[in-house]
Ligand binder design. Sequence first.
Ligand SMILES: Nc1ncnc2c1ncn2[C@@H]1O[C@H](COP(=O)(O)OP(=O)(O)OP(=O)(O)O)[C@@H](O)[C@H]1O
Ligand SMILES: [Mg+2]
Length: 325
Amino acid sequence: MASDNGNIVLEVKNLVKEFKAPGSKAVVHAINDVSFELHRGETLGLIGESGSGKTTVGRCILRLIEPTSGSIMYKDMDLMKLSGKELRKLRPDMQMVFQDPSNALNPKMNVENTLLDTLNIKAKLSGEKLDTDAIIKKVLDQVAMEEDYRLRYPAEMSGGYQQRVCIARAICADPTLVVLDEPTSALDLPVCAGILDLLRRLQEELGIAYIYISHDLTTIKYICHRVAVMYLGEFVEVGSIDQVFNTPMHPYSNALMSSVMVPDPTKKAEVVTLEGEIPSPINLPQGCFFAARCPKATEECFKNHPQMVDMGGGHKVRCYRVTSE
Ligand SMILES: Nc1ncnc2c1ncn2[C@@H]1O[C@H](COP(=O)(O)OP(=O)(O)OP(=O)(O)O)[C@@H](O)[C@H]1O
Ligand SMILES: [Mg+2]
């Protein structure tokens, strides 16, 4: 994993996304001021409860949906300022793999045509002449699929193989960035392990940067270099896997990490149970979004909204109780 600035693929600053609540005039504050950077060949994990905004971050940075405000620098380009045409040209370089491969694939297209579809778009947009046959052969080999899968349709494959096709489709265009939105949660455990190994190997071979979205701390720990913990549309803590898993600072991360199984049975894990529910993204609390559930909250936490503070070594946290100590 690279760490110098020349290797930054993505730099997101103050990203905000508001939706209109269905059937009313209310505003859903899905993403509230998210900033981060991602390096070439690096994997950043996004973890957080359902509705915390993980998928919306992924879709905004690929501009599959329009962010409300903020800036997204991709390589040296300001994505928010690109025209539709410029953005289309960039599409093959930024890919997304979704949770359910059976929904993501066209049932009427076999593997070859699925990959050809993406390759033809790339060739048309870039004006390059691609040897599609050789690329398909190579990509199937990279995702460990035998040649005879080429003519198979989604219904003729297992979920694990369907997800390999989705990954093949994402990598055949030689992308710099792939957003993986819960890519293994619809798969059985052994199949999931195979897909994670495949993703790691492809990253080593091709230097792709990943944003890996998951509820599952174990897979995050296995595949990510860094992790961001999300709560109500914000990052509340970011750091390396070691920093966030071994020395979590935010009370919310602390509760999440306490639920990870401890491998040493002689060490008893102290599981922190959270009371209450995540607040509604329609009525954001005035102070810290986590205050009402936080065992450490004081008066200040209910009054003012904390900012992200770097506590050293890139380990950042948004919590008065940590930053004022
Ligand atoms: N198109 C939309 N219109 C209105 N609200 C939306 C829309 N898409 C997402 N939201 C809301 O934005 C918030 C964030 O949703 P998002 O899907 O990003 O969460 P998530 O962390 O990916 O959740 P999950 O773990 O369940 O996939 C939620 O409150 C969700 O209801
Ligand atoms: Mg999601």
